[in-house]
Design a protein around this ligand. Structure first.
Ligand code: GLN
Length: 483
């Protein structure tokens, strides 16, 4: 049962082959049995799950239908859930129970999805290895000595290990696509503004975007359908109709123009990954796509720009965690300043503190123009590169990451080494574009992802290309041994 995709579950439930309650029980038992190896969940919500599953079964018995009605999922632990802890992977919010559901959570619940729990993540979504979580590192089910990627590492490890078919995640600089690549999943970061950020605890507000992590593009289409849409509670939510993502999955790729940036194949890319990317290009050519070399000349400036903008926004967003209103408060403060200092010092881990310091520095009066303003100008250049490229091609293709998943602890002493691994993903966040990662093969038994980028609001196109690719390849069907 645990091998079923969301699409298969929807068919099984519609055909009354099993009930949502039965499936939910199987998966909860599987999580209890197998998750101690992975640490992919921060909270399990058994009671809520069984309640939601029974309600979904009752709705089906009354003639209702829907791809998510009775489908088990989990939420990255930065989506606020009413009366259930939302920790953001931090000691700061270990005791935080939100008074309301995030829009994404509410929408999926209304569609009948069943919440099995809240998944582990890098603290405040800062990281790319899921090692900065206060609840401990998450392990990669493909090799328990390796990281699953981050910051949505819990969602990724859980779905890859078949503990559940799909989960929500967020992507500020790659946190959906990179863990998807590291764990052999399909993950989609939508266009900025497509999925509501209301109730999604902010890391860097101008870059954050929620999206689906699943095994197939078909399942990402189903989950995205339940997440996307205008929300008046989010001032950057975009009031555009949501297309039927499943309807365009089978569009032919004949004549599809795929751009491959020459800058992507630089010295930093593992040659074995480069070869797998070439194979995926050939596969898409067989399906009718036309390949064109393009250039994204400002790509080299993206990492420094991102690592100014994201910490700057984070330092502002995280100022609300002051020991007064939310989360952790130190014992016996001597005065207000002592309360702030010790509450924040005790509540935030080292990576979060580092970013708050970098961000506060970049925003300080004397340095604003030199760092923040300059980074914003680079951001515009990165966007302009993409706009020029999309005049010539429909999709941009390349690696999701320069290397496969590294060993736990390998980059702990050198944060910049980890930042450099974000080179292929962060440009889409800087430009606000949609991006998808899908399985493209293995290196030393570790999964490799190929990334597709598209113009604004072309999520349907990305899912279409990935689905066609998955009809003709079987990388995405591989299961990690032991799971
Ligand atoms: N690795 C990036 C960072 O640490 C991206 C994280 C994310 O997308 N949330 O900022």
């Amino acid at each position: 049962m645990h091998q079923m995709t969301l699409a298969e579950i929807a068919r099984g439930l519609a055909d009354k082959k099993f009930s949502s309650e039965e499936l939910t029980k199987v998966l909860l038992a599987r999580i209890t049995q197998l998750d101690p190896q992975l640490n992919s969940f921060i909270s399990l919500t058994e009671e809520l799950a069984l309640e939601q599953a029974k309600a979904a079964d009752a709705r089906r018995a009354n003639g209702e239908s829907g791809a998510l009605l009775g489908a088990p999922i989990a939420h990255k632990d930065l989506f606020c859930t009413q009366s259930i802890r939302t920790s953001c992977g931090s000691k700061m919010l270990d005791n935080f129970k939100a008074p309301y559901d995030a829009t994404v959570v509410a929408k999926l619940a209304a569609a009948g999805a069943v919440t099995l729990g809240k998944t582990n993540m890098d603290e405040f979504a800062m990281g790319s290895a899921n090692e900065s979580s206060w609840y401990g590192a998450v392990k990669n089910p493909w090799n328990l000595e390796h990281v699953p990627g981050g910051s949505s590492g819990g969602s990724a490890a859980a779905v890859a290990a078949r503990l559940l078919p799909a989960a929500t995640a967020t992507d500020t600089g790659g946190s959906i696509r990179q863990p998807a690549a590291f764990t052999n999943l399909t993950g989609l970061k939508p266009t900025y503004g497509r999925v509501s950020r209301w109730g999604m605890i902010a890391y860097a507000s101008s870059l954050d975007q929620g999206g689906p992590l699943a095994r197939t593009a078909e399942d990402c289409a189903i989950l995205l359908q339940g997440m996307a849409g205008f929300d008046q509670n989010d001032s950057t939510s975009i009031d555009e109709p949501v297309p039927d993502y499943s309807a365009s999955l089978n569009t032919s790729l004949q004549g599809l123009r795929i751009g491959v940036p020459k800058e992507y194949f630089s010295a930093g890319l593992d040659p074995r990954i480069a070869e797998l990317i070439q194979n995926s290009i050939q596969e898409l050519q067989k399906l009718g796509a036309v390949i064109k070399e393009i250039s994204l000349p400002n790509m080299q400036h993206a990492i420094p720009a991102y690592y100014v903008i994201a910490p700057a926004e984070a330092s502002s967003n995280l100022s609300r965690f002051d020991g007064v209103r939310f989360g952790h408060r130190c014992e016996n403060p001597e005065n207000l300043i002592d309360l702030y200092k010790r509450s924040r010092g005790e509540g935030f881990g080292p990576e979060v503190q580092r970013r708050i310091m970098v961000g506060a520095y970049a925003l300080s009066a004397g340095y604003y123009d030199a760092y923040y303003l300059k980074a914003q100008k680079i951001r515009r250049l990165v966007k302009n590169d993409f706009m020029a490229a999309f005049n010539e091609v429909d999709i941009i293709l390349g690696p999701t990451t320069p290397n496969p998943a590294w060993k736990l602890g390998a980059k702990n002493s050198d944060p910049v080494a980890a930042y450099l691994e974000d080179v292929y993903t962060i440009t889409a966040n800087l430009a606000g574009l949609p991006g998808l990662s899908m399985p493209a093969g293995f290196v030393d038994g570790l999964p490799v992802g190929v990334q597709l980028l598209a113009p604004y609001f072309q999520e349907g196109r990305l899912l279409n290309v990935a689905h066609q690719y998955q009809l003709h390849t079987d990388w995405h069907t591989r299961t990690p041994t032991g799971f």
